[in-house]
Design a protein around this ligand. Structure first.
Ligand SMILES: [Zn+2]
Length: 48
């Protein structure tokens, strides 16, 4: 079984929780950079 992951559309970091992915995306869009306090919770970066 594959766990659902959520990916930030801006920086491509993946999260286990939708809330974190949404927070990351909101931050990335607003600040044009990543918030290390959010990305530390990432499970990895999705290469596209
Ligand atoms: Zn992001």
């Amino acid at each position: 079984m594959v766990a659902q992951i959520y990916v930030c559309g801006e920086c491509s970091f993946a999260y286990k929780e939708k809330e974190l992915a949404e927070k990351c995306e909101a931050w990335c869009k607003g600040h044009k950079s990543c918030n290390i306090g959010i990305t530390k919770n990432s499970v990895g970066e999705i290469k596209q």
